[in-house]
Design a binder for this molecule. Structure first.
Ligand code: FA5
Length: 341
């Protein structure tokens, strides 16, 4: 084919290009190894040497023309494709979002309190509450805690600006409040926040306790042991070994501290139970006659037992958490692990 014919053919063919595929075919037809322009170059050697240079220049010009066209057309077609894609994938920002916002879940301390309360409710207890800013009289005096007791020290207790008031150091003042407003039979628990000047991996300045109080005629220590053993069995969902150790609280006599066989090492001895195989989980005892008296209940007619447990400690044991601070830092990576509660 002659150069002029090839040129003419190119002019015709280039008008027909609709897509990148068409363009590629055009490239092969003219510029491919066996393409028309390559053929022309091969014919150069048969041309009269006097005309060869000029002919060569003509072919080069045609090749450049074809190359330029292909380059420009390719950009144009690619741009068109992009625009079409953008048009078809347009985001309608007026549509409601499809993303489900991350949902919060129950805090492990709340879940533990609910579980404890539910167990005691099933055992016939009702729930009482009291204020966190409490009268010193209810937190200490009426609980037979003498004025010189170290718990009253500023080192242990947070006092508030109002004289005679403090941030309650335990939930035991709810016992006082309950007995002051109601005569026996009493069978209550009192969950809530308490405050102490404490701060280490197992002690927090603010933590949670659940108080228990039973007052009636003929209430004895064995009743208390049964209730607490039964509660521990239900909470830990196992026959955990339980032992009662003699102890001292000003508001109970006799008093006991209750230990369970270490749930981490099953009593073999580990870091958590400090090698003893036992973990202290709550304090308990028979309500001191002075306390009954101070709250308007006849100690000759009635007896009672009381107990107080640290919710944080129970939650730590149940979920294998070794630092109480994790409960209060509100780190969602920690809290997310309890999303099934
Ligand atoms: C009391 O607070 C008594 N009121 C309990 C009681 C009630 C005894 C009724 C007898 C009759 P104690 O100071 O031991 O007792 O605290 C009870 C539990 O609270 C402890 O076993 C511990 O689990 C938890 N606890 C104490 N201090 C802290 C703290 N700073 N952070 C977290 N938990 C704590």
């Amino acid at each position: 084919m002659q150069l002029e014919e090839i040129k003419k053919l190119f002019e015709e063919e280039k008008e027909k290009i609709q897509s990148l595929e068409d363009l590629e075919k055009l490239r092969q037809t003219f510029l491919g190894k066996k393409g028309l322009i390559s053929q022309l170059f091969k014919e150069l050697k048969n041309i009269d040497p006097a005309l060869r240079k000029e002919f060569g220049q003509k072919i080069n010009r045609l090749r450049e023309e074809v190359e330029n066209f292909i380059r420009q057309k390719r950009e144009e077609l690619q741009q068109q494709l992009l625009e079409e894609k953008l048009r078809s994938e347009r985001v309608d920002i007026t549509l409601p979002a499809r993303i489900v916002p991350p949902l919060g879940s129950k805090h492990p301390i709340s879940a533990t309190i609910e579980e404890i309360v539910e167990i005691f409710k099933q055992m016939g207890f009702s729930v009482e509450t009291g204020p966190e800013i409490e009268k010193e009289e209810y937190n200490f005096d009426k609980l037979n805690i003498p004025k010189e007791h170290p718990a009253r020290d500023m080192q242990d207790t947070f006092y508030v600006n109002k004289p005679g008031y403090l941030l309650r150091t335990h939930t035991s003042p709810v016992q006082v409040r309950t007995m002051l407003k109601k005569q026996p039979p009493i069978q209550i628990i009192a969950p809530g926040r308490v405050y102490r000047r404490d701060d280490d991996p197992t002690h927090s300045p603010m933590f949670f306790q659940v108080e228990g109080l039973v007052v009636n005629e003929n209430v004895n220590f064995a009743n208390m042991m049964f209730v607490l053993r039964e509660f521990l069995r239900r909470f830990f969902e196992a026959e955990v070994p339980v032992r009662f150790r003699p102890s001292y609280f000003p508001f109970t006599e006799p008093s006991a501290e209750v230990d369970i066989g270490c749930v981490i090492c099953q009593g073999k001895g580990c870091r958590v139970c400090k090698g003893t195989g036992w973990l202290e989980v709550l304090g308990a005892g028979m309500v001191h006659p002075n306390v009954l008296q101070a709250c308007g209940i006849d100690p000759d007619k009635y007896q009672g037992f009381a107990f107080g447990l640290g919710v944080d400690r129970f939650a730590m044991l149940k979920y294998g958490i070794d630092n109480i601070k994790l409960f209060y830092e509100n780190d969602v990576r920690f809290l997310k692990q309890f999303s099934s509660l």
